[in-house]
Design a protein around this ligand. Sequence first.
Ligand code: PLP
Length: 376
Amino acid sequence: MKLPERAAVIDASAIAHNVRTIAEYVRPAKVLAAVKADGYGHGLMTAAQAALRGGADWLGVAHIAEALQLRAEGIEAPLLAWLHTQDTDFAAGIEAHIDLGVSGWDLDPIAEAANVLHEPARVHLKVDTGLGRNGATMADWPELVRRAADFKNRGLISVEGIFTHMAVADEPDRRETDEQLEAFHEALAIAERHGIVPDLRHVANTPAALSRPDAHFDMVRVGVGVYGHSPFADRTGASLGLRPAMELRTTVANVKTVPAGQGISYGLTHRVEAPTKLGLIPLGYADGIPRIAVGAPVLIRGRRYCSAGRVAMDQFVVDLGDDSDVEVGDEVVVFGGESGIEAAEWGTAAGTINYEIVTRIGARVPRVVVNAEPSL
Ligand SMILES: *Cc1c(COP(=O)(O)O)cnc(C)c1O
């Protein structure tokens, strides 16, 4: 297949494989695959279809708007959306049978929309057990549960789930995870006292799914692992049995020999010490390559080379050394595929994490989907 000049090659079978791998690990818990943020940059529908092919029971997004897009594209699987504003179209969500995360203020407008539609809203009550973002605090939880029980008795909502989100599960030794789980059990007990015993208790993100069986409950909500990446600083995706679903690749746009002392890119923050060859890689921060990444790897002709100097809007430079046989037109893999380069390495070079690297690959880079199920 002839690829575009720059491409994020998305291997749909890797996504399916990763979901299958995680599902086996967490069985009998169900799997919600997070496909928010355009499927972590892989493409919303590509990620959704491949995750379902791999056995995902649910799909999760942040915004109802993202869930509506999935419904518009024909996805019938259960969907959960958990981050709302006062401008969120709750009625559209209820009509499209999208389950709604509820943290507090949002319960009233959701019940109101259900009342107007004469259709109960399906909600998952969210408790903040320590992350400090969304969800009712433990202090506010009894009141949220009481209001939910009231709306439930009036036929305006059904409580399908209770959930929380982990703060430090990527560092398995931290005790805060135990504290969060204890608080979650307490929140479940409080809900039960109000007659709320939902089928779906869910807590675990990818790191908790892979490191804390006691956090599996009825369902895990996994994102980064679905795309083949490790949530742990000291583990690779491959060592967890996961396959990277995105390969970022292009070809070498220019090669030239420069003398000792040559400065590289804006600010001349890097100078070569000896005569060397430089390769020009036609991807930059407009494509999601972080400007501050320093010394990050690429693979050309089976060898790793490191970026040198600042990443610019459209391009960056790699130092090829003085004996390189790299030529203009050679294939470059920035990360993923068979390269062995993990997006996490670019994350480390840029002071961020693999999540951000793959999610921010820009719209200028075409996604080329391979190994998708043949459409009938
Ligand atoms: C994004 C998200 C997840 C998935 O997290 P990963 O670390 O990518 O597995 C799970 N739950 C919630 C609420 C999220 O926002």
